[in-house]
Write a protein that binds this ligand. Structure first.
Ligand SMILES: [Zn+2]
Length: 298
């Protein structure tokens, strides 16, 4: 199963207000709003300037969402939670503001293969129960897979989406976070490779069916001269402008200072009746200001 098939299984009901948190590098196409802390860097993975999606983007922190209590129906957070220093705070925020959640994060197989040290946690899911193991996996390949993540590796990973990723789709109030005392390495060593949980790489990784587009990516990698392949494969600089933030979305947002939902679009800023202002920077309103308010209120 590819990612596109996995996300198609998420139930989006008519009239749902859907927010994608942290989807800057690859937003969910049915989101009404994208919340991204790093909109100009291509999201958490810093893939370069993002190609702005059709849905409006605001800049905000996942743990301080400018969304009122119960203010949205579905939150999608893909490859975000493993980065957060305090994922339980994000889960508390999810419970506060939405009904259903779709979370996606790397599986243990992916963390073992790619071993990205910038992930704070190895996350394991048992239904809606999330276990966060402190990520101390040895980085056998350094930043190799991150730097070399091109179209061919993308295609390779795409056909193995189900093995390389874990997804959780549930009611937000069902989510629970556990922080076992074991680190990721201790936990994986405890699951002996000779034991029942041994990963069968041949079964899980071998002989997928590639699409024509994926075959083209692999052929391009093996046949094109390196310079041409790199230019074709790597994401280009964003040349488009972010979508405007419609008043209908502004009306659904919450002021992070006074927590009222009385925000108004005043052109180059969104203003609240309490006097708080959220300025527009390069077409994107900046709601990543909770820290400022806390400092001011202290
Ligand atoms: Zn306010």
């Amino acid at each position: 199963m590819r990612r596109a098939e996995a996300v198609r299984q998420i139930e989006v009901r008519p009239g749902d207000f859907v927010v994608d948190v942290g989807g800057g590098h690859r937003p969910f196409d049915r989101a009404n709003l994208i919340v991204e802390k790093y909109p100009f860097e291509g999201g958490l993975h810093r893939t370069g300037a993002m190609r702005f999606p059709a849905a409006p983007v605001i800049k905000a922190d996942a743990c301080h969402l400018p969304i009122p209590d119960g203010g949205c129906d579905l939150i999608i957070a893909s490859h975000l939670i493993e980065h957060l220093p305090q994922p339980d705070r994000f889960v508390t925020e999810l419970k506060r503001c939405c009904g259903r959640v779709y979370l996606e994060f790397p599986s243990r197989l992916r963390e073992l293969m790619l071993a990205w040290s910038f992930h704070e946690w190895l996350v394991e899911a048992d239904g809606p129960v999330l276990k966060f193991y402190r990520n101390d996996l040895p980085q056998l390949f350094g930043p190799f897979f991150h730097r070399e993540h091109d179209a061919a590796l993308g295609a390779w990973s795409e056909v193995r989406h189900e093995q390389l990723n874990t997804s959780v789709y549930c009611r937000a109030d069902e989510l629970r976070c556990l922080f076992p005392t074991q680190t990721a390495t201790e936990m994986l060593l405890g699951d002996s490779p000779r034991g029942r949980d041994k990963i069968d790489f041949v079964k899980t990784i071998h002989r997928p069916r590639y699409s024509l587009r994926e075959v083209a990516a692999m052929l391009a990698q093996s046949m094109l001269p390196p310079g041409i392949y790199t230019a074709w494969s790597l994401k280009r600089e964003a040349t488009n402008s972010p979508a405007p933030l419609p008043d209908s979305i502004v009306a659904r947002l919450m002021c992070l200072r006074c927590h009222s939902a009385a925000l108004r679009n005043a052109g180059d800023k969104v203003v609240c009746k309490c006097g708080a202002e959220y300025r527009k920077d390069k077409g994107i309103f900046d709601f990543d200001v909770a820290h400022e308010f806390q400092v001011r209120g202290a």
